[in-house]
Design a protein around this ligand. Sequence first.
Ligand SMILES: Cc1cc2nc3c(=O)[nH]c(=O)nc-3n(C[C@H](O)[C@H](O)[C@H](O)COP(=O)(O)OP(=O)(O)OC[C@H]3O[C@@H](n4cnc5c(N)ncnc54)[C@H](O)[C@@H]3O)c2cc1C
Length: 286
Amino acid sequence: VATRPGDGAATATELGRLGASTVYVAESSDVNEVLVEPALAALHQATREVKPAAVLLAHSLDGRDIAGRLAVRLDASLLGDVIDVARDGDQISTVHSVLGGAFTVVASANRGIPVITVRQGALEGSLASAEPKRVSMTIAPSASVRVVIDEVVPAAVASDRPALRSATKVVSGGRGMGSVSNFALIEQLADQLGAAVGASRAAVDAGYVPHTSQVGQTGVTISPQLYVAVGISGAIQHLAGMQTAKTIVAINKDPSAPIFEIADFGVVGDAFAVVPQLINALAARS
Ligand SMILES: Cc1cc2nc3c(=O)[nH]c(=O)nc-3n(C[C@H](O)[C@H](O)[C@H](O)COP(=O)(O)OP(=O)(O)OC[C@H]3O[C@@H](n4cnc5c(N)ncnc54)[C@H](O)[C@@H]3O)c2cc1C
């Protein structure tokens, strides 16, 4: 991990809580919110020292940026957007959901240490919290960091809900919600569950929510632990963005809606009757 000078100990403790047994810390004044170069340099150096079986990063914007450049620096294979990772001896293989989720492909790398980006939320499991061993590293200031950042102003965050791409739970609404004001029901259910809000393209096109909430082939591809689809028919382009979710719950008044073919749990009923009851039941349980 690359941190600002003085932040290394706290960051290592935080990673220990997530189960890290050893944390390589590079403190550098080059670290800021915008450039990935220090994180890339730190990871490159740690990878050369540790010689791991594989390097795993999140398939986030920064994760992809770092992974691509790291693979080039290591002259290694890059396996992107994987939904599972397996190890058989020295051989690492990865599972990919491709062509809109129509096929599942198993790939393995045969060049160097595989650099892997994992679809956020796709891997289950957790490690017991640990008191990590901290190894300090020094990374040379990068000659390629030529940009001087005077100020960083975070984009205004519209809500404190989890980000759609990395949320473990997502509640999505479709055209069946009927209007912007009705869509508030989706947001209430999401808040009750501590979930992110998603939507079908029809709901986005109808203006119920911004495009950033669109799940599917031309929107965001996600793999949460729980995906609740309300008033969404289950068009192939929507399924492409969410069918690798661990548990799928569908609420739709049409019993023949295709979403029920992939749902683990289905409720055939009117969203405006079912969802308020669900919210009340969840509120009573909490
Ligand atoms: C190139 C291309 C890319 C696309 N990309 C995407 C994409 O990224 N994401 C995406 O989602 N779509 C995408 N689409 C569009 C996709 O084909 C569907 O049109 C869209 O997903 C339908 O959205 P929907 O399920 O909300 O609407 P509909 O298909 O109209 O379904 C609405 C559902 O709501 C149910 N319903 C209605 N009223 C109620 C109620 N009161 N209670 C409960 N249920 C109710 C109905 O029974 C119906 O099943 C794409 C299409 C193309 C051609």
